[in-house]
Structure formats: C-alpha cells, structure tokens
Design a protein around this ligand. Structure first.
Ligand code: ACO
Length: 326
C-alpha cells in the first residue's frame, strides 16, 4: 500500500516589533492609504538586532515539534526554505539541527523564494513516500528586513520577518494527496538580490550600488502571479481528483491582497475560503505560507477532514500547490 505523508503538527514565530504604515510614512514618501489599498498590508514584524533567521526558524520549529509531540532526536530530515539565511553556508537547516540537538537528521536548505515552503513540503512528501524517512521538520523562515532597501518605497512597504514550521510523517488517514511544482527561469530578471553571490561578490561598489537589496518589477509579477497561482491550484486539484468546489481552505503566499482576491475569483471560490494574514505581517516570502498554515489551524479555520490547498508563487520564477486532506 502506498505510504502517505501528512502534517501532524504546526508552529510559528513572529518577532514582537511591529512596523506600521504610520511608521513607514515617516521613513519614505508613502501613505497608509496607498499601502492599504494597493497591498492590503497594515503592519509587518521586524526581527531585533540580535536575531538572525535561524533564531526565528528555531523558535517556530520548537513550537511545531511540541504540537506534533515529536522529539528533536527522532527527526530524520530538516528542510529550511529561505532566501535570507544567516550566511551563505553552512545551511540554516544545519544551524537549526545544532540548536535542537536533532543529531540524526539530514539537513539542507531550499531556495525557492516565496514558493519555498511549498517546495520544501513537496520534497518532504517524496522522502516520506519513498519509505526511507519517517519524521521531517519543514520550516519557512525569512528575515527580509535584512535585504530590504529602507529608502525604496517601491519595495520597503511590502516585506516582513517571521517563521513557520510543520512536522511531516507517514499518516494512516488524510495527508498530502497531491503536489504540483513549476519554474520558469526565463523570467529570473523580474525579482532578485543581485549582490553578494559569485556574479557580484560583496565590494564597496556593490554596496554603493545597493546590490544587496531586493530588486523587484512589481507590476509584471502581479499579472503573472494571478494566472500562475490559479493554474497551480487547478493542476494540483486535478491530480488529486478534486474540484474547486471541494476546497475548504486555501493557504496562499501573501504577496498582495489584490492578487489573492483575483486568484479566488479565477478559481470561483468565495473570499472567505482564502486565509489571509498579509494585513498583519506583509510578505514574508517562504514564511508567509508557513505561518498562514499554522494560524489557520490554531484559529480553527482548518478542521479534520477539510480539503486544504497551499498555493505559492515567487522569484525565479517558481510556483507550487499542495492539496491536503486534513
Ligand atoms: N507609496 C506611494 N506611492 C508608491 C509606493 C508607495 N509605497 N510605491 C510605488 N508608488 C507609486 C509608484 O512610484 C507609481 O507612481 P507613478 O505612477 O507616478 O510612477 C505608482 O505608485 C504606481 O506604482 P505601481 O508599481 O504601478 O503600483 P502597483 O499597483 O503595481 O503596486 C505592488 C505595486 C504593490 C508592488 C504590486 O505591483 C505587487 O504587489 N506586485 C506583486 C509582487 C509579487 O508578487 N512579488 C513576487 C512574490 S514576492 C517573492 O518572491 C519574495
């Protein structure tokens, strides 16, 4: 009989410091009205000076392990999805392993921007279904504040910091029914952080040119995101033998409320079936889907037996959707 992977525990961590739209009005030429109507964001969380992304990831991981009643030493695999790691290497997953004492776990990071958590979950699913792996910790963690140009109003109003995690194991009932992933590298110019890699190693010049910050062509991404996210959800549902009407809750990547409402319309779903946390946290890349899943479970928006669709899109371009029977 086919082994099925399922989520048995969720957790999240949001730094306590809030940066509101009113705060941003004092930093750049913007207004609460512009940010709210164009994006749906009211405030975002910002990590403290002595925190790095692994600290956020570790806090979310502890939360998820407690929820799943799984001990760190029993983990076989840790996957961290992030585009804002503590450093290029070692992987953030290894730093999480060290902090948790998860001695027997295999560890690696996934770089799939805002779709990172969905990519990591799909990879975890395949490790479990292979029969070789029993307990996987999947984390989406970001400190986008560390790669945001706080003088650029086009981007700085959008991003925030946070982390979400889940524990994946073989399950007897429910679980991940299908997952669908896609990429289009021909659109890689639309969003990037150009500096600090081997193409443009850190130098005075890269710093002066602000190459260590997120660069984004928002308008182009907006149009692509709507079609791609709707298509990804439809493809994953088809693979699962389900229809949009069967869906109880969609956990989307939280880039822009207007994107999410347009996706809901394309899928023919009422807005209340789309779980939102963008108003409170902004876009946290891979951590958006991860924290939204945790909050939806904790708030009772997802109940046993529900059909849940995780749906994400990000820089690369990359995208993915997972269908889960909770
Ligand atoms: N405050 C006030 N005005 C602003 C601000 C701001 N913060 N930012 C931009 N503007 C101005 C622009 O300068 C422009 O002015 P102009 O007409 O005089 O030139 C005007 O507002 C309109 O700007 P647009 O860029 O056309 O605004 P748009 O409606 O497209 O909204 C946004 C911009 C919010 C970025 C939107 O395009 C978006 O959400 N895009 C998708 C982002 C996304 O999905 N990213 C990928 C996932 S994230 C990841 O992978 C980490």
């Amino acid at each position: 009989m086919k082994i099925r992977a399922g989520i048995i525990g969720v957790g999240c961590y949001l730094p306590s410091k809030r940066l509101t739209n009113a705060d941003l009005e004092k930093m750049v030429d913007t207004t609460d009205e512009w940010i709210t109507t164009r994006t749906g964001i009211k405030e975002r969380r910002i990590a403290s000076k002595n925190e790095a992304v692994s600290d956020l990831a570790i806090a979310a991981a502890k939360n998820a392990l407690k929820d799943a009643k799984v001990k760190p030493e029993d983990l076989d695999l840790i996957i961290v999805a992030t585009i804002s790691p503590d450093m290029h290497f070692p992987s953030t997953a290894c730093l999480v392993q060290k902090a948790l004492g998860a001695k027997k776990a295999l560890c690696f990071d996934v770089g799939a921007a805002c779709a990172g958590f969905v990519y990591a979950l799909s990879i975890a699913q395949q490790f479990i279904e292979s029969g070789k792996t029993k307990k996987v910790l999947v984390i989406g963690a970001e400190m986008l504040s560390s790669i945001t140009d706080w003088t650029d109003r086009n981007t700085c109003v959008l991003f925030g910091d946070g982390a979400g995690a889940c524990v994946v194991t073989p399950v007897k009932r429910g679980g991940i029914i299908s997952s669908y992933l896609g990429s289009d590298g021909s659109q890689s110019d639309l969003m990037m952080m150009p500096g600090g890699g081997s193409r443009h190693p850190a130098s005075h010049q890269t710093i002066n040119k602000k190459m260590h910050f997120i660069k984004m062509q928002g308008k182009e991404l907006f149009k692509l995101a709507v079609n791609i996210m709707a298509d990804a959800a439809n493809k994953a549902l088809k693979q699962a033998g389900l229809k949009c009407k069967d869906v109880d809750c969609v956990i989307p990547h939280q880039a822009n409320i207007r994107i999410l409402m347009a996706v809901a319309k394309k899928l023919g779903l009422p807005p209340e079936k789309i779980f939102l946390n963008i108003e409170r946290y902004g876009n946290m890349s891979s951590a958006s889907t991860a924290t939204a899943l945790c909050e939806a479970v904790r708030k009772g928006k997802i109940k046993k037996g529900d059909i849940v669709v995780l749906d994400a899109f990000g820089a690369g371009l990359v995208w993915g959707a997972c269908v889960i029977r909770w």
